[in-house]
Design a protein around this ligand. Sequence first.
Ligand code: SAM
Length: 193
Amino acid sequence: MGRGIYDKKVLEAFAKVPREEFVPPEYKHLAYEDYPLPIGAGQTISQPYMVAIMLQEMHLKGDEKVLEVGAGSGYVVALLAQICREVWGIERIESLAIQAQERLRKLGYTNAHIVVGDGTKGLPSEAPFDAILVSAAAKKVPQALLEQLAEGGRLVIPLESNYVQILTIIEKKKGKFIEREAGPCIFVPLIEE
Ligand code: SAM
């Protein structure tokens, strides 16, 4: 992959998860191009390079329980399932969530779960999470996600202001939230119910 992606766990996960299984049949021939593709219901599977940056920013070691908000096709959940102990994905569009869960089951992931719901509320029944990844752009950081982040954990979230989206990393250290920007990005909006 090159281009500043050096985390071995992230690179290995990309090598193992077949992206073509997460896109509709008519886009399979484009599955290994580095751009987003439609997955139905007006949504997209994200650009692989951007996903790699986000996963690398999570600084995962392997024993974490993590949450992805905006699970879409389930591709990022599958990548996380290769890296972490347990992954939960939330998707607000039921048809996408059902398809994603079925794909993960077929591919044999037993540590990956997808639920239907509003991810801005997080997933209180499974919290706390060692890391949270938001795969859609928010206008502000959902309070519930901060509350569900474990001590030492990281929240990786695209934040939009004045039509510009910035990938933002929020680390919880000794109960305080430390924020840092990691460059521009482009995501579909995070929709609050
Ligand atoms: N990570 C996904 C994948 O691997 O295919 C792609 C994510 S797509 C860029 C963003 C997703 O976020 C869409 O599927 C959209 O329906 C979902 N979404 C937007 N707002 C949401 C919310 N409040 N809760 C849950 N999902 C949400």
